[in-house]
Every structure is written in C-alpha cells, then in structure tokens.
Design a protein around this ligand. Structure first.
Ligand code: FAD
Length: 409
C-alpha cells in the first residue's frame, strides 16, 4: 500500500486530465493515480462533438481517448459522476460531493471550461442549449432534421461548426452575433469574412452587430428577439458565446488566478503540491514569452503530457506554438500562432477558390497563418514564425515560391 504522499489526484476527467494520468502511468508504474470527473463518460475529445458526432457520422465512443477498460487495466482509479467541492490545502485533501475526503500528495486541476451563459431573459427555455458535452449533443442532435429552424447565438467556432452540420441536415439556420463579423477574437476580419461568405452561399443567414433583447416561448418554439425588434423563431437555439474557466475550486483555495489558474511552463501553480492543466490554465509559453489561456486540443494533450513529466521528475517545459483547426462543410481551417498584433495579411492562393493561406505579418516577420484547405502550408508557416527571419511579402504571396525553401531560410 502506498502512502498518500505518493498519490496523484487529478480533478477533471477531460482530455487534459486523461493525458496527465496516461503519461504518468507510462512513466511511473507504481504510483497511485486517481482521476475524478463529474461527467458520465470516460475521458473524451470534444472536437468531434460539433463535427462528425453531431452530424451522426461517428458514434460517441469514437471520441473516447482510451477504451473504457484502459483505466482499470492500468490501475488508474477513474471516478465518474463525482464532483470535487473543495480543496483543503492545509490538510492536502479534497472534499467530494458526497462529503467524503480524499488525501493527495500531488493535486492536478484539469477542470476545463464551461460555456459562457447568455445573460438575457429566456436563456433557460428548454429549446436553448450549449454545445460542450456528450450530454449536450444527445439533446441537440434530435433537432437536426429537414425543416427545423435553428438559431446559433455567436459566430465563433462552435456556432459556425454547428451551423455547417445543421445546414447539411436540412435545417434553416440563422447566426446572430454582437460583433460586426465572425470569429472576432481569433482571426483577421478579412479571413473571417471569407469563411462567413462560404456559409452564406450555403444558406446561412447572418445578423451581425445584433444585440439579443430576450428569448420568448411561443408554442413549441423559442423566439429570439433582437434589439432591432426582429423576431427569429427557432426549434433549437445554440448559445456559443465563449467559455469561462472552471477556476472556482482554485480561487476558493486562494491559488493565483487571472481568467484561469496561473501556472508556469511546467504547469505548476503557486502551491508546490498543486498543478493545473488544459483550458483552465493561464500558462507561460516560452516561445511567445508571455502567458495566455488557450482552449485547444493541442494544449490539452501536450500540456497534460508536460505536467505528467514534471510530476514524474523528468520536467520538460510545455512550449508549443498554438495550433487550432476547424472543419466546416468540406473546408478545413487551420490556425498557427497566437499574435497579439499584426499589420497586414498576405494571401497565398486565390481567396475565392476556397484554397488559400493567409499569412499574418508584423513588420518583416511572419507571426501567424490561417490555411483553408491547405494544411500542408501550416508546418512551414510554423517554421517561419519560429525562425523569426525576415521574409519578403512577394515571395510569400507567390505560390510558385516554395514555402518549404523559405522556411529553410
Ligand atoms: C464542441 C467543441 C469543439 C471543439 N473543437 C475543437 C477543435 O476543432 N480544435 C481544437 O483544437 N479544439 C477544439 N475544442 C477545444 C478542446 O476540446 C478543449 O480545449 C479541450 O477539451 C480542453 O480539455 P480540458 O481537459 O482542459 O477541459 P475539458 O475537456 O472541459 O475537461 C474538464 C472536465 O473537468 C470536469 N470538471 C470540472 N470541474 C470539476 C469538479 N469540480 N469535479 C469533477 N470534475 C470537474 C468537467 O465537467 C470536464 O469533464 C473544442 C471544444 C468544444 C467544446
């Protein structure tokens, strides 16, 4: 029997928590590992929820990170449908939802995010949903059929991916956003407008710069009432207006937080016994030289691996250039880099063709890239960003000039 000093307890059985457990077990065959999550499913990846699974093209279990039996087979104590209520730092223990206590030697907070609630009257009507969990998809999917009217609130990734699936299912789709264009926070307006144009061409109706006044019940439907007075009847309303980190446990335990739990490049919080990982962290990225909070598959997996290494005593800093992808209809969008500023976009390939790469420049340097149906470019853009060497605009814009050669310098 191991002492509790050796026990690693991971709170949050999502992607990041799972990768801490999986990697730690591979590095340390002996240590007791407990993985606690408040959902009913073993750890799963969320990206397919708004893509293949929502479209009914893949089953729920295809999203599982490991088969359900993996955890017991590898002596990872997986506790599902259980919620941690409190961290007692003075006693190195947790209080669970049934009042029981669990001692830890090392604690990992992998509690992820929750959808930002829509602060209007009627947001709690039964037709109004968010899209983050398998349970959400099970409720939403039944409405995706020919003739259904759906409204997505928020023209970010969730709203746009949901819209693509809904259009392909034969629904009428309207997207409402308070901002003047789609994907306001993450990509350049010109690229966002190109993506939105692809949606419009397939029948999505946008309402940009639109405030939501309230949502009303009308018979079986909900009606989204805009500030302009326009009424949008819907069988289903999806709210995708961003996410907020589940840092409540950490805040109550007085760990340093600032829109996320603050950690260093090894996932350490300001308590040497406590790590944090995934969407819930504001972590230091040595490549960018600044701290940031990311909601991405890459970050959840690779930061999880880095935290496990730090716990096992083979610390390697987590240092990835942020990378994200989205699939909408037959379009694959990839995003590399997380610049705070850029001064122009260079287009490589014809925007109208639906196959191009938008290269974000700051001065003479490449700081980010978005590829549409052009995934191969992303790896070279990544090298160009990391190299930091000046590159002439004309060479980047000319598809006859090899990006691979430019990246080699
Ligand atoms: C619909 C959707 C589509 C996405 N698509 C993409 C994509 O295409 N590309 C990409 O890069 N990223 C995508 N993402 C983002 C990516 O899935 C997330 O960044 C990733 O899931 C984060 O993993 P995590 O483990 O940090 O958090 P989560 O996956 O949120 O896991 C945290 C878990 O902790 C549980 N929890 C919280 N508090 C407690 C508690 N007190 N006790 C017990 N359990 C608790 C939560 O319920 C949850 O199960 C998508 C996300 C969503 C929702």
């Amino acid at each position: 029997m191991q002492s509790d000093r050796e026990t690693v307890v991971i709170v949050g059985a999502g992607q990041a928590g799972a990768w801490v457990a999986i990697t730690l077990r591979s590095l340390d065959p002996e240590r007791r590992i407990v993985l606690i999550g408040d959902e009913a499913h073993p750890p799963y990846e969320r990206p397919p929820l708004s893509k293949a699974i929502l479209a009914g093209k893949a089953g729920i279990e295809s999203a599982y990170i490991k088969p359900e039996t993996f955890y017991a087979d590898n002596r990872i104590e997986l506790m599902l449908n259980r919620r941690v209520r409190h961290i007692n730092r003075d006693r190195n223990s947790l209080t669970l939802d049934d009042g029981s206590n669990l001692d830890y030697g090392t604690l990992v907070l992998a509690t992820g995010c929750r959808p930002r609630p829509l602060p209007v009257k009627g947001a709690d009507l039964p037709q109004v949903h968010t899209l983050r969990t398998i349970a959400d998809v099970e409720k939403i999917a039944t409405w995706l059929k020919p003739g259904s009217q759906v409204v997505a609130i928020g023209a970010g990734f969730i709203g746009l991916e949901f819209a693509a699936v809904a259009i392909e299912a034969g629904c009428g789709v309207t997207i409402v956003d308070a901002a003047p264009h789609a994907m306001g926070r993450v990509i350049d307006k010109s690229v966002a407008e190109t993506i939105a144009a692809g949606h419009s061409a397939r029948g999505v109706d946008f309402r940009f710069s639109a405030a939501i006044d309230k949502i009303e019940a009308e018979g079986e439907q909900a009606v989204v009432v805009l500030g302009s007075g326009e009424r949008l009847p819907a069988d289903l309303v999806i709210v995708g207006i961003g996410a907020i980190p589940n840092s409540d446990l950490a805040e109550a335990a007085h760990l340093a937080c600032d829109d996320g739990i603050i950690v260093n490049a090894f996932g350490r919080t300001d308590d040497p016994k406590i790590f944090a990982v995934g969407d819930v962290t504001r972590h230091f990225n040595p490549l960018l030289g600044r701290s940031l909070r990311l909601e991405s598959w890459q970050n959840a997996q690779n930061q999880g691996i880095a935290v496990a290494k730090a716990i096992a005593g083979t610390a390697t800093p987590y240092a990835d250039l942020p990378w994200f992808w989205s699939d909408q209809y037959d379009t694959n969008l990839q995003i590399i880099g997380a610049p705070t500023t850029w001064d122009r976009i260079i287009w490589r390939g014809e925007r109208e063709s639906g196959k191009f790469t938008a290269i974000y420049m700051h001065g003479e340097k490449v700081v980010a890239g978005n590829s549409m149906n052009n995934p191969r470019d992303i790896r070279f853009i990544k090298q160009l960003i990391l190299n930091g060497t000046p590159v002439p605009d004309a060479a980047l814009a000319d598809p006859a000039t090899s990006l691979a050669q430019l990246a080699k310098g």
